[in-house]
Design a protein around this ligand. Structure first.
Ligand code: PEP
Length: 265
């Protein structure tokens, strides 16, 4: 974390929760996560719960995010949800999650289109990038992530690049209980900043998250890294205790970093 770049802790509920569970989880987050934080917090319920959860979050510091959006503005796309439909309710939209890339065959062109639509409608995309295990073992992690970034971001204005959130999520770490090491995640976060800088912004305001088996026990190790500004949390975001503990760890580390910067100034 670095003072001046607001950390973000985002909870991806994936295709979990019943209606009652979603409302209870959202209420638990509102109760456990104080309103005045230096850290941004977002929850990403399934589409169907976005509107009722938005009512639970009213007046709280927790923002709402979607897990995906359509690659087109409108039209005959049965079952899809357009960015313009999400905009009245959501501040963030996850784009290019590896589960969608791999299981639902989402390609680079669709991811680039979604990213632009999210910006067009005034929301912030959380772009997910990350390599598969065989790619890491073959020493190709940097190359894979660089290609994913270029395909999604090429041609974006510097202003949009600076407002983007990128989540480094190695595929082998998602939902496996085997996270990357903080040092490996930091190296990839630095690479991501360098690639975005090449694409046209100094990257100073860019927020880079780590995602992949983050929990209340290991979160601080990632959040303490200078190029990492937060976490995209899957499984642990379904547990209010774990999720609020991750938010508290981020808040404490950010305050510590800010105090340190003040002392050094
Ligand atoms: C995710 O879904 O983006 C994720 C990182 O999941 P988990 O925290 O469960 O690994």
């Amino acid at each position: 974390m670095r003072p001046g770049r607001r950390p973000l802790i985002a909870g991806n509920w994936k295709m979990h929760t019943s209606y009652e569970e979603a409302l209870a989880l959202a209420r638990g987050c509102v109760e456990r996560i104080p309103a005045s934080l230096a850290v941004d917090v977002a929850i990403h319920p399934p589409f169907i719960w976005l509107v009722p959860v938005s009512k639970v979050l009213e007046g709280s510091a927790i923002a709402l995010g979607a897990q995906n959006c359509a690659a087109r503005e409108d039209g005959p796309l049965t079952g899809e949800v357009s960015a313009h439909m999400l905009a009245p309710f959501c501040r963030y939209v996850i784009v290019g999650h590896s589960e969608r890339r791999l299981l639902l065959h989402e390609d680079d062109a669709a991811i680039a289109a979604k990213l632009r639509l999210v910006f067009d409608h005034g929301m912030t995309p959380i772009l997910c990038v990350g390599e598969q295990l065989a790619q890491r073992e073959a020493g190709q992690a940097g190359e894979v992530v660089t290609q994913q970034l270029r395909a999604a971001l090429d041609g974006l204005t510097p202003d949009r690049l600076a407002r983007l959130v990128i989540a480094y999520e190695p595929v082998w770490a998602i939902g496996t209980g085997v996270p990357a090491t903080p040092a490996d995640a930091e190296a990839m976060a630095q690479l991501i900043r360098a690639v975005v800088a090449e694409l046209g912004t100094d990257g100073a305001a860019l927020r880079v998250l780590y995602g992949g088996s983050v929990n209340a026990t290991n979160a601080a190790g990632f959040l303490a890294m200078p190029a990492i500004d937060g976490a995209l949390v899957g499984g642990a975001s379904l547990d209010v205790e774990q999720f609020s503990a991750i938010v508290q760890a981020a808040e404490a580390l950010y305050q510590q970093a800010a105090d340190q910067a003040t002392m050094e100034a």
